[in-house]
Write a protein that binds this ligand. Structure first.
Ligand code: ATP
Length: 305
């Protein structure tokens, strides 16, 4: 896999605020690369500097080998950008809106193929102000594709959408990867980063605090699962602590929360212990650690606090 984007020691301040504070990263061709972080982490500023829309204070950025400082024009021709909020012209239809955007480029994809990609066939003749939230987002992604870019930037493409609309956006993004495009997406949704992204840079206060595949980040930083359950009547927490794999136990009024690196074995141990002592095990719930736990472990805060 070649390198699509290379960023080295990138910095940008606004007055005293270090919005981007010395980040380095590499995005590979054909992957969906996520930048996950809370509001104000510096995701948009990072994206806009790579897109050549904002000038860095310091650092190097290359996009398919081209330098953002000297080759901005050429870079603009091969990237597609969806901004955090796209303002449409209310009076135009979906088709007219795409046509209008296409007119800015020397070369553009056929309007019908873009309408199809956004699954807006039924809405092609409707005014844009009649679109649902999800449809509007799909249109704004279609607009980022008019010049058939090889790298697509999506800034929080599903913010504010319900789960179903979010899924349809995820499908659209996955199909971009299927066409061999490189996608960079920012998000503050854990599930989105875990489900969609091949690799994720976790960003906080202008810095990248972790970078890798979601699985590796979780294994590296929080290599255990949490099992919660109730025992009726309760058993001594010390006895629960002796169950295979259990690393920690919190117990209150017959409710237990244990952590374990070997959840399956521990689960069997819990059921066996309950059986052996003639008590009932109920409400058993097993949860693998998430990128939220990774963020919490490193920063001591939650992503959406
Ligand atoms: P969000 O999800 O809210 O967009 P973000 O992670 O994208 O957050 P940025 O928008 O990059 O973060 O903002 C990083 C920091 O820089 C924030 O503290 C923000 O207030 C500040 N900032 C961003 N743009 C400007 C600007 N034009 N002028 C002054 N401060 C700015």
């Amino acid at each position: 896999m070649g390198t699509a984007i290379s960023v080295s020691d990138l910095r940008k301040s606004y007055g005293d605020i270090k919005a981007v504070d010395g980040i380095s990263l590499e995005v590979f061709e054909g992957e969906i690369f996520g930048i996950l972080g809370p509001n104000g982490a510096g995701k948009t500023t990072t994206l806009e500097m790579i897109e050549t829309l904002r000038e860095p204070d310091a650092g190097e950025i290359t996009v398919l080998g081209m330098d953002t400082r000297s080759d901005a024009r050429a870079i603009k021709g091969i990237i597609g950008v969806q901004l955090q909020s796209t303002v449409f012209i209310d009076e135009l239809t979906v088709r007219e809106t795409i046509d209008f955007f296409a007119s800015f480029y020397d070369r553009s994809l056929p309007v019908d193929s873009l309408i199809a990609r956004a699954e807006l066939g039924e809405k092609a003749g409707s005014r844009v102000n009649t679109l649902s939230g999800g449809q509007s987002k799909r249109l704004s992604i279609a607009l980022a594709l008019v010049n058939d870019p090889s790298i697509v930037f999506l800034d929080e493409p599903t913010t504010g959408l319900d789960p179903q609309a979010r899924r349809s956006i995820w499908e659209m993004i996955e199909s971009l990867r299927g066409q061999g495009k490189t996608v960079i997406v920012t998000t503050h949704y854990i599930e989105e980063a875990e489900y969609l992204c091949d690799r994720v840079a976790v960003m906080d206060r202008g810095k990248i605090i972790a970078l890798g595949t979601p699985d590796r980040l979780i294994d590296e930083h929080v290599p255990y699962s949490v099992i919660t359950f109730r025992l009726d009547p309760p058993l001594d927490p010390e006895l629960v602590g002796g169950i295979h794999g259990v690393k920690s136990v919190a117990a209150e009024n017959g409710s237990y929360r244990v952590t374990t690196p070997v959840p399956q074995e521990t689960l069997i141990g819990i059921v066996a212990a309950a059986h052996e002592h003639g008590v009932k095990a109920e409400d058993i719930n097993m949860k693998r650690a998430s990128l939220e736990d990774v963020f919490l472990k490193i920063t001591g805060r939650r992503i959406r606090d």
